[in-house]
Ligand binder design. Structure first.
Ligand SMILES: [Zn+2]
Length: 463
């Protein structure tokens, strides 16, 4: 009975939002704890920018550079927070990627501009990166890392140089401070929606570009995709914020001829002098060494596990890859294991969108089961991998004491032929589904099974 009342109250709140859109208000995001001053964001960003520009080649194309800077400047006029010295540059690379350094240096690849269908989509990527800067996610991540390392660090300021040396911080995609939590990604999507709206763009175009990236299953997109998982949740985040803003902006901006002339120039070539990032990481054609039976400990933000000592761990967003040298082929994992989180639908937030108590942290009502969440995950993985098939299902095991589910699948290997995928899922108390996928070509799978099992058996959750 009480449940019925609650649901009725929810619908009344929802209905009044439709009747009185003027009551709708934008989500206000509070800054996270940060050891650094905004000036230090700029200082750290400059060091990282030098680093980045030494390791990646900038595009030498006057019109394109002028264009991206002008588009970026229109957006930052509506950015919240400090007035950072924002700069927008193009990295000459066919892969699809974008980076935001603390203090305002923002980079997109020429491949990304080529993948965008119109100016609002490109503006969406820039707005998302601007939001990471404005919300100071980079130095918030560094602050956390510093606090985890150094006791009593919450007192007083620290020096940028000293912190960067201690924590070994340099420009490296997927490592601090370019590695954000899924909550930070959600915040960046919300603020990007607001910036786009205020600039007159249709924020939903941002999600159109993600759809293109999800559909393109080539190696060009894998880095961006790994750093920005949970596509369907992101679409919902943008849609919800647009509703809060009272629908689409009144005088909506369309496409621009400048965008297309820049895109055509890039597509016409003369920019291919530099091999793409994925090509530089490409496999040389040999199989990787078999997994060592000696293991080493990996200790992450909220998980630890042991893995073969001849494998390497890399992190992108919330996703962790553990793979041997040569485990990636054209940017896709062919041998190794991915550990990531998935937010199943069907768990609902009440509170954060409630008009009775706006801004209160949402209380989650959990209505998802492990089996249901796992089915959703498989459907989601299939979006980017239509050849994926379930071979064997519903084996149960435990991961760090919690009930887990094991599903065996097959799909297409990046080296050609059939790949075996060993999927283990665990539902966490926060409602997220943690999953582990061990992959290897069919013929090699039996030699990898033990390493996969060893990783999963050794997992300890710290969330
Ligand atoms: Zn992001």
């Amino acid at each position: 009975m009480r449940k019925t009342l609650k649901i009725t109250a929810f619908f009344i709140a929802f209905a009044s939002a439709l009747v009185f859109p003027a009551l709708a208000d934008r989500t206000n995001i509070l800054p996270a704890w940060n050891l650094f001053s905004p000036q230090q964001d700029i200082e750290m960003g400059r060091i990282l920018a030098d680093d980045l520009e030494r390791s990646l080649q900038l595009l030498d194309e006057h019109n394109a550079n002028t264009y991206i800077d002008a588009l970026g400047k229109q957006l930052i006029a509506h950015a919240p927070g400090n007035k950072y010295p924002y700069q927008f540059k193009i990295v000459n690379d066919d892969s699809i990627n974008a980076w935001a350094l603390p203090g305002g240096s923002i980079y997109v690849t020429s491949g990304l501009i080529q993948a965008a269908q119109n100016e609002p989509q490109l503006a969406g990527v820039l707005a998302h990166q601007i939001s990471h800067v404005a919300l100071r996610h980079g130095t918030a991540e560094v602050s956390q890392a510093y606090a985890n390392r150094v006791s009593n660090s919450a007192r007083g300021r620290v020096s940028v140089n000293d912190t960067m040396t201690r924590l070994n911080i340099r420009f490296e995609p997927g490592s601090t401070p370019l590695k954000y939590s899924s909550e930070e990604e959600r915040q960046a999507d919300i603020v990007a929606t607001q910036i786009l709206w205020d600039t007159g763009f249709d924020p939903r175009q941002m999600t159109q570009l993600w759809q293109t990236i999800v559909n393109d299953r080539s190696s060009r997109t894998s880095d961006f995709f790994n750093a920005h998982p949970q596509f369907s949740n992101r679409v919902a985040t943008v849609r919800t914020e647009v509703q809060k803003l009272g629908g689409l902006p009144r005088n909506i901006r369309g496409d621009s001829p400048d965008f297309h002339s820049v895109k055509d120039t890039l597509l016409a070539g003369n920019t291919n002098a530099w091999p793409s990032i994925s090509d530089r990481n490409a496999n040389t054609g040999n199989r990787p060494e078999l997994p060592s039976t000696r293991t080493v400990l990996y200790r992450g933000r909220d998980i630890e596990f042991r893995y073969p000592d001849n494998w390497r761990v890399s992190e992108e967003g919330d996703s962790i890859s553990v793979a041997p040298d040569g485990g990636f082929v054209s940017g896709s994992m062919a041998w190794g294991m991915t550990i990531a989180s998935f937010d199943p639908q069907g768990s609902r937030y009440f509170g954060s969108n409630s008009f009775a108590n706006p801004g209160a942290p949402g209380a989650r009502v959990d209505s998802t089961t492990l089996g249901n969440a796992t089915d959703q995950l498989i459907a989601y993985l299939r979006q980017s991998n239509p050849n994926m098939r379930v071979v064997r299902n519903t084996e149960r095991r435990r991961v760090d004491g919690a009930q887990a589910m094991v599903v065996e699948l097959t799909s297409e290997s990046p080296v050609g032929g059939t790949e075996r995928d060993w999927l283990v899922t665990v539902l966490r108390p926060n409602g997220l589904l943690r999953y582990f996928v061990g992959v290897a070509p069919q013929a090699d799978f039996s030699q990898y099974q033990r390493a996969f099992d060893q990783i999963v058996t050794s997992v300890r959750f710290m969330d």
